[in-house]
Design a protein. Sequence first.
Length: 186
Amino acid sequence: MEKDTEVLIRPSRDGDVDAMLAIYRRHIRHGVEFGVDEGDTPEPDDLRDRRKNLKNRRFPHLVATRDGEVVGYAYVVLFRKRPAYRYAVKHSIYVHHEHLGQGIGRLLMRGLIDACAAAGFRQMIGYIDADNTASLGLHESFGFVRVGHLPAVAFRHGRWSDSVMVQRSLGPGATTPPPPPPLSTR
Ligand SMILES: CC(C)(COP(=O)(O)OP(=O)(O)OC[C@H]1O[C@@H](n2cnc3c(N)ncnc32)[C@H](O)[C@@H]1OP(=O)(O)O)[C@@H](O)C(=O)NCCC(=O)NCCS
């Protein structure tokens, strides 16, 4: 695999959905993080709708491309739906299995953090399988702190697995209140 070609980060498009789905499916079948049934995999239309919804609500949804091919993606959703939680997001990040360990996860994470901070979000939260050393390492290197350990919350590959909850503040974090809402919504 060509490692010297430049990797670009940009917002995802409808045309990226099939490539994102292929990356996701491969991790489902082989990844430490997943181990779910094929039936739980979203279909292309689901992913397309989901992506459009996220985009409409201005939640960052990014892809990494190399030579025009999608080699990874990352996005956020609201941490919780209730209005009080509107400044906190929960993220996901996936890199194509043939492009792991080449700095793409790092580029996506940098892009996602910057885009979320620019969008006004204040906290970013992730759940990581306790055995997922790559993801734990990536998050640690971006200043995510382990804020929780959830024992035995997943059952996969014939055994119970723990999850680690990580969190990082964005922009001014909790040092200032959020800006007042626009006049039209007051
Ligand atoms: C986690 C994941 C996104 C990392 O992407 P990546 O492109 O391989 O990572 P990078 O090459 O950018 O590495 C960034 C950092 O992650 C950590 N890391 C990456 N691979 C690692 C590994 N195999 N072991 C330990 N740490 C690792 C390191 O801290 C690394 O920094 P360094 O190179 O300075 O040591 C990727 O492994 C992946 O897609 N995994 C499957 C899906 C998944 O688990 N997503 C996360 C769900 S929470």
